[in-house]
Write a protein of this length. Structure first.
Length: 246
């Protein structure tokens, strides 16, 4: 990971009009998924994001029936608690909450009866199993689109079933699914294979949004370093949609 930053000392100039002020896809609400465990951790991460120029955060806790059976009520309660702490500490930043939905059989059977937490209006963030492509994946994505949702596929570069053949990215991209890549994927933080896939999507201009996918402070610190690299400048030059989520 550290070699990556050494090789990228010279950075490109970033157009002020392309800078990202909205961070979305993170796990900052304390104690409800595999992200921040405490309010103090949440505040630490938020202060670090603020130092990077972020003005709005849309945090997205997992909703996964088997591991994190969160509900809008649970999420909103934690959001209000965090906002009250930020107000007490006089930390001025806008923060809202949606969710990252895990596409499993339970979700397929029940989503029509759920109050889904969207990113903005009808934008819905979803993820799948990392190792194996769900047999129902095309059908549930089609059904959600038919129901009026604009689907954002979280970190497509991290799914092993897409890494084996990059042509598979085209199949989903061409259906109008929005691709959201994790900033850390470009650093090799997860693996060299994931970095290769992220750079492939960057080269082919197949990235609509980027997300921090913050779980811990080390993620936020690593993102701060990445934002000083050429790859980050190249990402911004794609004209990403992040600020449209404001």
């Amino acid at each position: 990971m550290f070699d990556f930053f050494k090789k990228n000392k010279k950075t490109l100039t970033i157009d002020e009009n392309l800078k990202i002020f909205v961070d979305f896809h993170s796990h900052l609400l304390p104690g409800i998924d595999d992200g921040c465990a405490t309010l103090d951790e949440s505040v630490e991460n938020i202060l670090e994001l603020q130092s990077q120029g972020i003005k709005k955060i849309i945090t997205t806790p997992h909703i996964f029936s088997e591991a994190y059976p969160n509900t809008p009520e649970i999420i909103n309660e934690k959001l209000e608690l965090l906002k009250s702490v930020l107000a007490e500490k006089k930390i001025e930043i806008e923060i809202t909450a949606a969710a990252e939905y895990y596409l499993d059989e339970w979700f397929c059977k029940n989503y029509k009866n759920l109050k889904l937490l969207t990113i903005k209006e009808n934008h819905l963030l979803v993820e799948t199993n990392y190792m194996e492509k769900p047999y129902f994946m095309e059908q549930i994505l089609f059904d959600l689109q038919l129901d009026g949702y604009k689907i954002i596929l979280a970190h497509p570069e991290r799914y092993n079933y897409l890494l084996n053949d990059f042509r598979q990215f085209d199949k989903f991209f061409d259906t109008g699914i929005l691709f959201q890549c994790n900033l850390l994927s470009f650093t090799g933080y997860y693996s060299p294979q994931i970095k290769k896939a992220a750079l492939h999507l960057l080269k082919n201009k197949m990235i609509h949004l980027v997300g921090s996918d913050i779980h811990k402070l080390r993620h936020t610190k690593a993102i701060s370093a990445f934002k000083k690299t050429n790859e980050y400048s190249e990402l911004l030059n794609l004209g990403l949609m992040n600020n449209e989520l404001w």
